[in-house]
Design a protein around this ligand. Structure first.
Ligand SMILES: [Zn+2]
Length: 238
């Protein structure tokens, strides 16, 4: 019975870094999608750096994409997966201290995440945007079918810094258990440019590719966390 509650001790830390490229336009909005699928938000999330507003990809968005991808991969492999918003099951897992593979990686209400994904900031300046849509009603708050909206997007081929930490799950050089194998599959899809983030996924927006990926492994040796391995992440390994 997997409890996965091993945070009292970090035995193994894997740091994955690299460059994310959005192959297609990217739109990580501040708002939300209406029930009809039409966008109601205005532009990408931005953070103020040195007096300028710079768009970024929130780590939480990346984590959400990785999680749902891992869910579909797990389902395809016949593994048990529950809905991320199924709090009843999450509570049940917490009570029994027996977590599913997805919560065992990404965490749940009862279990901390074994994966930490950082906000991804653009590598170069300036960033360009395109605007689509023309009319906007500032008083309009709900969803109205057929209404047009102003929308800002990040153009394709922008480079973003990527960093992800994985705690106590062995991924490299070879994964040891199911969680490691599943995470490696997600990483492979990222290297192959098949992971999507943000809005408008149905029209192919937000396709991300990981390039120049490097992993570093830190292990406990003689009571201290030591870097034991650094290697490039090769593409298309599966
Ligand atoms: Zn679960």
């Amino acid at each position: 019975m997997p409890t996965y509650a091993d945070f009292d001790k970090i035995n193994l830390l894997t740091v994955i870094e690299g460059c994310l490229i959005n192959e297609t336009p990217l739109r990580i909005g501040v708002g939300r999608e209406s029930y009809l699928g039409s966008a109601v938000d205005i532009g990408p999330l931005k953070i103020r750096i040195s007096g300028r507003d710079v768009p970024y990809i929130p780590g939480s968005s990346l984590k959400g994409s990785f999680r749902s991808l891992a869910e579909s991969l797990a389902r395809a492999q016949g593994l048990y997966v529950h809905d991320p918003w199924d709090f009843e099951t999450a509570e049940d897992e917490k009570e029994k201290n027996d977590y599913c593979i997805i919560c065992g990686i990404f965490g749940s209400t009862g279990l901390a995440s074994h994966v930490r994904i950082y906000d991804a900031y653009p590598r170069r300046d300036p960033l360009l945007f395109i605007k689509t849509g023309v009319s906007i009603d500032r008083d309009f708050r709900g969803a109205r079918p057929g209404a047009l909206f102003i929308e800002q997007q990040v153009i394709p081929k922008i480079e973003w810094y990527f960093r992800m930490d994985v705690i106590n799950i062995k991924l490299f050089p070879e994964p040891e258990e199911d969680r490691g194998k599943l995470l490696r599959q997600v990483l492979d899809l990222l290297v192959n440019g098949i992971v999507q983030v943000g809005a408008r996924k149905t029209v192919g927006y937000g396709l991300l590719r990981l390039t120049d990926g490097v992993y570093k492994v830190y292990e406990i040796k003689e009571g201290r966390l030591k870097q034991t391995r650094t290697e490039a992440i090769k593409g298309g390994s599966q």
